[in-house]
Design a protein around this ligand. Sequence first.
Ligand code: NAG
Ligand code: NAG
Length: 839
Amino acid sequence: MARGERRRRGVQSDGARTAERRGGPARRDGRRGEAMGAPGRPALAVVVLALALALGLSGSWLLSWQRARRAVTLHPAPPALPPDSSSPAVAPGLFWGTYRPHVYFGMKTRSPKPLLAGLMWAQQGSTPGTPKLRHTCEQGDGVGPYGWELHDGLSFGRQHIQDGALRLTTEFVKRPGGQHGGDWSWRVTVEPQAPGTTALPLVSLFFYVVTDGKEVLVPETGAKGQLKFISGHTSELGDFRFTLLAPTSPGDTTPKYGSYNVFWSSNPGLPLLTEFVKSRLNSWFQHRPPGATPERYLGLPGSLKWEDRSPGGQGQGQGQFLIQQVTLKVPFSLELVFESGSARGGGRQTLEQLSGSLLTQALKSHATSFRERFEKTFRLNEKGLRAEEQALGQAALSGLLGGIGYFYGQSLVLPDMGVEGSEQKVDPALFPPVPLFTAVPSRSFFPRGFLWDEGFHQLVVQRWDPSLTREALGHWLGLLNADGWIGREQILGDEAQARVPPEFLVQQTAHANPPTLLLPVAHMLEGGEPANMVFLRKAFPRLYAWFSWLHKSQVGPVPLSYRWRGRDPALPTLLNPKTLPSGLDDYPRASHPSATERHLDLRCWVALGARLLAQLAEQLGDTEAATELGPLAASLEAEEKLDELHWAQELGVFADFGNHTKAVQLKPRPPQGLVRVVGRPHPRMQYVDAMGYVSIFPLLLRLLNPNSSHLGPLLDVLADSRHLWSPFGLRSLAASSSFYGQRNSEHDPPYWRGAVWLNVNYLALGALYHYGHLEGPHQARAAKLHSELRANVVGNVWRQYHSTGFLWEQYSDRDGRGMGCRPFQGWTSLILLIMAEDY
Ligand SMILES: *[C@@H]1O[C@H](CO)[C@@H](O)[C@H](O)[C@H]1NC(C)=O
Ligand SMILES: *[C@@H]1O[C@H](CO)[C@@H](O)[C@H](O)[C@H]1NC(C)=O
């Protein structure tokens, strides 16, 4: 994933939100697209063709038009998932979920027009001025640590959130029944952080329900202004009812006194919910429990009144937003219950409400079965890991599962016109609306789908629940365009788009990304589980189209060489033009980008893909594909050819090849700031002397024979502390490299230039384990390095987790410190498989 790009976005996205706050228009999905609407229907093609002929337009014009059209046309292969696979009728168990990873606590349905429920909170009177309203996960809001302690990806979870003096616990349990996704219940417990606190804070919780569309919500209020319940109906959910129960002391049923406020309006647009509540939080109220001194608090209006904010007053069409504010003294617990009408057989059956002691019981039994299943799956206890390490493993899994989201919307796509550098001549077009069920790298910073991250995510998820992985892979493969391309970053829907500045929304169809989805596919193939094989049979045409596109579109001029399209141009401000499609962003490549360079990591990914798809084709009995892929795989794996293209004798490792010189520096040149200065020797075609993750890729992807004469030298580089070895894991770039720890520009700190990344350390550990189990001259050494590296990585991630409460995006190779964004429960969650030695 393009992390450098994402980092800039992160910084700017605050700006984007600020602009919105200042009254910019709310962006609504699809509207924007009307102007640029993408052509896609065959009838249109005929008309255009006829027009082109009539006007005597050139063949190249037609070709461009055709290319642009294919870029935003979905691939014709049958879907890998059954029709309506996300609907409550087909998958009732997955219909409701914590599919809004960017909020601290919320649930929604897997639907293009979902029903959403969420929580905001604020501590009253702690500081002068407006209380801080918590809602979406933010890097800089001072909340944390937070994260799921337990989450099974399906029907249960428990999360802890530390917010200053407060400690919140959010729990949910689902209960199957009926045809509409069943029931669920929430329990939110708020306690003082420090036990024995005397000045107990006054806290407001805001429970809200949002609809997007024509659904009906009917609130019913009680005597104190509290909502007794909200009943409603949607076509997907049928009849349902939300009930917010009276607050109690935590852990028992003693009622506590709460003050109520309520607000009801048309849906202002999902990205604007927080600001909207803040703007209505402007009246002072008195919280007066019997026998206690009254306290002032800021509240929403006191009584239920419909406010229509939509132009023309047609609020019903764009949905509703209904919020109940409950204010009381900590400690307390509050429960919200969602009941589905169809689970009650249209009212004929009575079902005890999932609340109070029944909810306590359900939470307990889910927690117990989670722990049992966790041990059965990962065997950390059996392997002798300490209780705290097991808890880290559980949090890694839970954070990843709790980070699964459901997105729906349209991407902006820039078609590949076949000529590099000509992109500016075409306009971005809108991709068709698509759903995506995916885990996310980071709830606070990258709460959306990233293609190469997802392959690593699913390695963990599939060990726990293979059906979730089939869902995710099926969705990702559903994004294929007619050429076999998948965009590397998926920014779908209002909420996702609101966090990305417009200039970064566009995905280019010339650009690839590492095909890591093949890693979980390889694991499926190895296991041979029948349900997985059925899925792979369905998915094969899409996997094949995706791989074929990669292998053909990124090929180099020399046979069996490959090049990432889309490197940055050689700008005077950049030390080394970045290669965002590779996922390794600023990892140094040839100093002067050219069409003749050869990228080692990409060649290895293609080799892995060819091998895997050839095996899959064979197993599925697809002889045609097997006949094509088998020989390709064999030639990509032949070590002589790899040597010829990538073995750098003078460096003693594998390397990229390109137009390169070492003599490049950033020098201060006032007033421009840092400027790239190229000295002598001049660039020439040669191996790129940047030792790091790329240099050991044939080892990482296990492409070398255990007897290979290159295995020894790669292990040397890996194990040498002047190069890749650090006490905290393998560093991305050798400490001996001239790029080590270097900024890429005045505004671009080092990213893949030394830091320890968990995804690549996982691959390395898998490879060492692999060679440690195969007979060969390096068997014993590989096994020894495996256990040392594993101890280093586990030890450091554990220490950082223990001291900060978070998993991090990357770790410093100098002192082990967590760096980048947090929580990063995407591929850093691989720490679980590392502890389990499951590769
Ligand atoms: C390498 O880059 C330099 C500087 O841009 C250029 O003058 C030279 O022609 C390039 N060499 C090759 C072989 O592409
Ligand atoms: C490596 O070499 C040894 C000894 O010559 C041989 O027994 C073994 O089969 C070879 N391994 C592979 C995978 O070729």
